[in-house]
Design a protein around this ligand. Structure first.
Ligand SMILES: Cc1cc2nc3c(=O)[nH]c(=O)nc-3n(C[C@H](O)[C@H](O)[C@H](O)COP(=O)(O)O)c2cc1C
Length: 178
């Protein structure tokens, strides 16, 4: 075990002051994020968001988790409908990714334009040609700081091989073709 002093030293930039939100965000730019969209609601009462926080939690039972900002337009829909879709984006889905950041001003159902969607078993929307589409019911929502850790129970899995993947690294979306 390293001496306590070495642990405290951390890295070259470590100091007494706790890292700020901006420093944490800058550090996070170096991690590769797996880009997917979470979608919830129905008809005009729909929204969705791009996330890099969605990941598997356990295989048996099949559970996943995602961290969703409670101030987003999608969080209340996930809570009210009790289900959501998790679509893993493929290499060709940059336009979908950008619309679901909301940065261009598209809101709620407008984000669904320009792509095909299906209604999954729970009624949640899934991107038709997603690399993987997973239909979930909400198992638990755990509030921490600005976000909820949403634990989802997997109800249906649709896979579409050959779509590649979409990642986010150093502030940009990048398609990984097979
Ligand atoms: C690459 C990337 C990853 C993101 N990951 C998350 C995430 O894991 N959880 C989250 O709440 N917001 C995340 N966001 C932000 C949401 O996509 C964005 O705040 C949301 O679409 C805004 O929705 P609203 O206009 O409905 O509030 C991410 C944004 C980007 C660009």
């Amino acid at each position: 075990m390293p001496p306590a002093s070495a642990e405290r030293e951390g890295g070259a930039d470590a100091g007494e002051r706790p890292p700020s939100a901006g420093e944490f965000r800058d550090a996070m730019r170096n991690f590769v994020g797996n880009v997917s969209v979470l979608t919830a609601g129905s008809g005009d009462d729909r929204s969705g968001l791009v996330v890099t926080s969605a990941i598997s939690l356990s295989a048996d039972p099949p559970l996943l988790l995602a961290c969703v900002n409670r101030a987003s337009s999608t969080w209340p829909l996930i809570e009210r409908y009790g289900c959501f879709g998790w679509s893993a984006l493929g290499a060709g889905h940059q336009a979908v990714a950008e619309r679901f950041t909301g940065f261009g001003g598209a809101k709620g159902p407008e984000r669904y334009a320009g792509a095909s969607w299906i209604k999954a078993t729970t009624g949640a929307p899934l991107l038709e040609d997603a690399a993987v589409g997973i239909d979930c019911t909400v198992e638990e929502m755990i509030d921490r700081a600005t976000h909820s850790i949403i634990i989802g129970r997997v109800r249906e899995i649709r896979t579409r091989p050959g779509q590649g993947a979409m990642i986010y690294w150093n502030g940009a979306f990048r398609g990984l073709a097979e």
